[in-house]
Design a protein around this ligand. Structure first.
Ligand SMILES: [Zn+2]
Length: 305
């Protein structure tokens, strides 16, 4: 990474935050980290937590007002999702009446070892709720009217889960100067997975803008010059759309990648409010692994609500 690009990386989140009415807060929950990959008792675990916080900060310029999901007498909800430290791919866990603070997403994280090239996976699980119509609307829409529309124009996730493949030889630094050839970068993958939890390639609002293999959102189309080709499962950009997009289907080992102007524009298209849109040349943050399959799985699950 060049020096100029690094400074842009550090600058953008703060710039966006300064103009925000409030900042989107991503709250990591480690209760299902049963392998201790994020253990506070180890320097590596602490560093991994720091890397996650850095990835979350990329999205702090999103200014949507998200209502809290707060169960009460007569109103309850639960969500079942892939265990973030799964011992088999289908292992699920259910959490009931999770408190999701306003303007926050709760993201359960963990890791387990899988001898394959997949770096990580993210999903929003299968939500169910019972109670008043107002409560049901809050769980599904969090005050974002467009998320409740027949053809959704907005997203309002509660959060989700992210699994990291501890089999991989991760680089876990904040500064990428130690990132070696062939090494996957935790910051890059974490940012990519969070973007999926925000609905990139994995929401009804995204689906509504995908037609015939292209993403038709107006902001993304303006950045790209036309509707943007997506991959075979419409969870990412197609390979080769542009170099350096974080939301490509795969990541290049030994390279840190950042949210591109195009990635950012697509998040705007699915309803995220951004107080300032970085110039394409200065965009920062993110990216990732072979997570398309799981992203699609999440879409199917989430639509059962
Ligand atoms: Zn992905």
């Amino acid at each position: 990474m060049s020096v100029s690009r690094l400074s842009a990386l550090m600058l953008i989140p703060g710039l966006l935050l300064a103009n925000s009415a409030q900042a989107l807060d991503i709250v990591f929950d480690y209760r299902f980290d049963r392998s201790g990959w994020f253990s506070e008792d180890s320097s590596a675990g602490l560093m991994r937590r720091e890397v996650l916080q850095q990835a979350a900060s990329v999205f702090s310029g999103f200014t949507d007002n998200l209502l809290a999901i707060d169960a009460s007498a007569g109103n309850s909800w639960s969500v079942s999702f892939q265990h973030p430290s799964w011992s088999n791919w289908l292992e699920q866990v259910t959490v009931s009446n999770l408190l999701v603070p306003e303007n926050s997403l709760v993201v359960f994280v963990g890791a387990s070892s899988f001898s394959g090239s997949v770096l990580g996976a993210a999903g929003g699980g299968n939500v169910s709720a019972q109670g008043s119509q107002a409560f049901l609307d809050t769980v599904a829409g969090r005050g974002q009217a467009g998320a409740l529309a027949a053809v959704p124009t907005d997203v309002a996730p509660w959060g989700g889960s992210i699994w990291f493949n501890s089999y991989q030889p991760w680089y876990i630094g904040l500064d990428d100067s130690g990132l070696a050839a062939g090494q996957p970068d935790l910051l890059t993958t974490a940012t990519h997975e969070i973007a999926h939890l925000l609905g990139f390639g994995a929401s009804a609002a995204w689906d509504a803008l995908v037609q015939n293999g292209v993403f038709t959102g107006e902001y993304a189309s303006a950045v790209y010059g036309s509707a943007v080709p997506v991959d075979g499962v419409a969870a990412h950009w197609a390979y080769g759309v542009e170099a350096d997009n974080l939301m490509d289907p795969g990541t290049v080992p030994g390279k840190r990648e950042y949210l591109s102007a195009l990635d950012y524009a697509a998040l705007r298209d699915i309803g995220w409010q951004v107080s300032a849109v970085p110039e394409p040349s200065t965009l920062s943050m993110l990216l990732l692994g072979l997570v398309g399959v799981f992203a699609r799985w999440r879409r199917k699950q989430s639509q059962r609500f």
